[in-house]
Design a protein around this ligand. Structure first.
Ligand code: NAP
Length: 468
């Protein structure tokens, strides 16, 4: 692709996450990176460029509703980053343009229906042209996908593996994220149909292995000590796809995904809030009312982001061993997300990745290279290879350090009883939620906090204060 004008084009550079991504690229671009900003509003793009202090940066005019402008962007770039969402509303024409032009593509979608539809419509074209279509390159789903990728490699090769991931976070959502989530909540039926169609078309792994996301049930985790609620986000779908594509996940891989909280009260409150919001989003006037409360382009300021955090704990069991790992970081939705997105694009542009094409997950497309970028960050692997045996025959814990502002790897030294979790294999579409009266929150607080899951954060009463 030496003939392309740019290594990377960032589409949506004027939005909340787009500006953070531009800022990350400006600060971390390798020398000589040829990159450009794209968007529909020239004045706004110039303002972003001025803020970056990079007057030479080229600006490309592109509108999600103008396929010719998107084709032009796709043909001139080696990798296109897009933060133009909701993706169900705006995303498809750019995926089509990149698939057709053989251009690598990364986005931030957390909308399963969009990902399934793009597979159905553009995977074959992308395989033909060599384009790598990598969705969900932010908090959805890199910590989960790479964390799972890393954890299964700590278990014996060829073992059947059961893995669970438990997310906890404290942070707030941007307007764009809330618009995307409400849009997807309102389309449960269409999401199910796209999921079934995609699974039918995709089929099972050719090598006879089996990989599935399973929903599990609400329960108290005997290893981690948290109350767990099944979390039917896009993440378990992505992890299961990586499991289907990659042999280290073993002959039979089962992944379940949960929100974790230290007390049952928060688990119940969180579940009730999500159920209520998901139901409300299906009623058009209510959805429009909620959308009217949060402006696109809006998001948590730097001070709020600095206080935000996330952890994802993994417990993997296979071949008689139990391994625990943790991915952790700061503000999941924006600071870390913009870093993950930009690093994914840089990884596709410059690293020697496995040969892939079509719709591929982050672990499949970039696995070790993206982990290495995440842990430039030297001692990522060492503590893991040196772990000791736990008394019950399980393995002591391992730490995964993902993004650079994490000070040190988290190494657990728990008893690790090595029990299997209680999940009954079921479709992830049918997550069980438990109910109780929701905590009292202001409307904006409810929607933002539910979407970021922080009403489930244990011992954080302050998280449940109404949004000011
Ligand atoms: N999964 C994750 O981890 C994660 C995290 C963060 C964000 N996200 C997702 O990322 C997306 C962006 O979020 P955000 O908060 O940054 O949104 P935002 O601030 O509302 O930004 C949206 C961007 O899209 C642009 N845009 C809208 N319509 C367009 C059109 N017709 N043509 C060209 N550009 C158009 C906007 O341009 P103008 O400035 O010209 O309006 C703006 O640059 C959302 O879908 C959100 O869900 C996901």
């Amino acid at each position: 692709m030496a003939d392309r004008d740019f290594d990377i084009v960032l589409f949506g550079a004027t939005g909340f996450t787009g500006q953070l991504t531009a800022d990350y690229l400006a600060r971390h671009a390798p020398p000589g990176l040829r990159w450009a900003l794209a968007g529909r509003n020239r004045g706004k793009l110039e303002a972003v460029r001025d803020k970056l202090g990079l007057p030479y940066l080229q600006l490309l005019s592109a509108d999600a509703g103008d396929p010719a402008s998107l084709s032009d962007v796709a043909r001139r770039a080696r990798v296109v980053i897009t933060t133009v969402g909701p993706y169900l509303q705006y995303g498809a024409p750019l995926v089509a343009a990149c698939a057709e032009a053989g251009t690598d593509y990364v986005d931030l979608t957390g909308e399963p229906e969009f990902v399934d539809r793009m597979y159905l419509q553009h995977h074959e074209t992308a395989v033909r042209t060599g384009a790598r279509l990598v969705h969900a390159c932010g908090f959805d789903s890199i910590p989960h996908d790479l964390g799972a990728y890393y954890t299964v490699q700590q278990l014996p090769a060829d073992a059947e593996i059961t893995l669970r991931g438990v997310v906890r976070s404290g942070g707030m959502a941007s307007g764009g994220t809330i618009h995307s989530a409400l849009g997807q909540f309102s389309r449960a039926r269409q999401m199910k149909t796209a999921y079934a169609d995609r699974r039918r078309k995709q089929g099972k792994p050719a090598d006879g292995r089996s990989s599935r996301a399973v929903s599990g049930k609400p329960h108290r985790d005997p290893v981690l000590g948290y109350w767990l609620l099944p979390l039917p986000t896009i993440d378990p779908i992505v992890v299961a796809r990586s499991g289907a594509a990659l042999a280290p996940y073993g002959p039979k891989f089962r992944y379940s995904h949960y929100a974790g909280t230290k007390t049952l009260r928060y688990a119940a409150g969180g579940a009730a809030l999500v159920t209520t919001l998901a139901a409300a989003a299906r009623v058009k006037p209510v959805r429009n009312f909620l959308l009217g409360k949060v402006a696109a382009g809006d998001g948590p300021d730097e001070a709020k982001r600095a206080k935000s955090w996330f952890t994802v704990d993994f417990v993997g069991e296979g071949g008689g061993n139990t391994v625990r790992t943790r991915v952790k970081g700061g503000d999941p939705g924006y600071t870390e997300t913009s870093m993950m997105l930009a690093e994914s694009a840089l990884c596709l542009a410059f690293d020697d990745n496995p040969t892939t094409a079509g719709r591929v997950t982050t672990a499949r497309a970039m696995g070790d290279n993206l982990l290495a970028r995440a842990g430039r960050w030297p001692d990522l692997r060492d503590p893991l290879t040196k772990r000791s045996s736990a008394p019950d025959g399980g393995r002591d814990a391992a730490g995964v350090r993902i993004w650079p502002d994490i000070d040190q790897a988290s190494v657990f030294r728990g008893p690790g009883p090595g029990r299997t979790h209680d999940g009954t294999p079921e479709s992830i579409d049918e997550g069980h939620l438990i109910g109780s009266p929701p905590p009292r929150l202001g409307l904006r607080g409810v929607s933002r906090k539910i979407l970021m899951g922080d009403s489930w954060c244990p011992g954080q009463e302050s998280n449940l204060r109404p949004f000011a």
